[in-house]
Design a protein around this ligand. Structure first.
Ligand code: ATR
Length: 279
């Protein structure tokens, strides 16, 4: 009998996960369906009770439920707990266990360009939920340094203070980060600047960008933000947010089924959903 996999969000209609994951379910001959559910904030506890009752195989959780889900689970992985957000839940013999595959998804995508972080200086731009997942997961890998630049510098300071891993980190204003941009090997843009309707904006000046740097943006719609466009024009290597999205889904699928799926196929699938444009 087919098992249920799901994604819960509010809203959920825009999610590209169902098409991407139903395709890998099919090609891997898994007896399951992955369905999107629009769950209102107040209905989250009832939705989780329902999923338990029907013996869900596992599910993803997206905005705005990633934090609210935590007290509703039986166990939460240490990293997800420190991030304060769960995006993947596995049903292990009736116990719901929460994980966060966003940060690892980003790191897996980075592997195509960088294998070791031990000699790399990293800059994270932004100090919101996405930055938190990436920062904590990267800090665990012990880069040479990992600084946070944010419009509200106090939030960058809070993030650094909350990090459970020993790391060399400084909180910077966006202007300070722009001034010392040449120092960084990897620059990761995690704010919504560059997304519709702010598609012409960039979070920091790229005037001092080093051509050897890898510049990443976690946004994938548009595929090339203004930030990435300017970085590319300055000769840097760029990476958009497609890989992070694909790998967080691939890692979730692996947790549910034990199979690591074909990420190239998943990437093609997402690009098709975005309108057939190539990276
Ligand atoms: P997410 O969970 O998607 O990361 P979030 O938690 O709302 O979203 O965080 C948004 C991030 O984008 C924050 O770092 C925010 O900066 P502040 O902490 O100063 O609010 C940043 N951000 C949003 N709009 C911005 C803008 N116009 N200029 C600079 N930074 C902005």
């Amino acid at each position: 009998m087919e098992k249920l996999l799901a994604v819960l969000g509010n809203p959920i209609g825009h999610s590209m996960s169902p098409v991407m994951l139903n395709d890998v379910i099919k090609v891997n001959n898994i007896e399951a369906y992955y369905l999107p559910f629009h769950v209102k904030n107040d209905d989250l506890p009832a939705a989780i009770r329902g999923l338990r009752a029907i013996g869900v195989l596992g599910f993803n959780v997206t905005i705005p439920h990633k934090t609210a889900i935590i007290p509703l689970l039986d166990e939460v992985d240490k990293l997800a707990l420190s991030i304060g957000a769960v995006n993947t839940v596995v049903n292990e013999n009736g116990r719901l266990i929460g994980y966060n595959t966003d940060g690892y998804g980003f790191l897996k995508g980075l592997n195509a360009y960088i294998t070791s972080l031990s000699d790399k200086k990293v800059l994270v731009i932004g100090a919101g939920g996405a930055a938190r997942a990436i920062y904590f997961t990267m800090a665990k890998m012990k880069p040479l340094a990992i600084d946070i630049a944010n419009r509200t510098i106090g939030k960058a300071e809070e993030l650094i203070a909350a990090c459970p891993f020993d790391t060399s980190s400084k909180a910077l204003s966006l202007v300070e980060a722009g001034d010392q941009l040449a120092e960084y090997d990897v620059i990761i843009q995690t704010t919504m600047i560059g997304m519709h309707p702010k598609i012409e904006e960039i979070p920091i000046s790229l005037e001092h960008l080093n051509q050897q740097s890898l510049v990443c943006d976690i946004i994938y719609n548009p595929l090339e933000t203004q930030f990435l466009k300017e970085a590319r024009e300055k000769g840097a290597t760029i990476q958009n947010g497609i890989d992070m999205f694909v790998y967080q889904g691939a890692l979730a699928f692996e947790k549910w089924t034990g199979i690591f799926p074909d990420v190239n196929r998943m990437r093609e699938n997402v690009l098709l959903q975005l309108g057939g444009v190539k990276c």
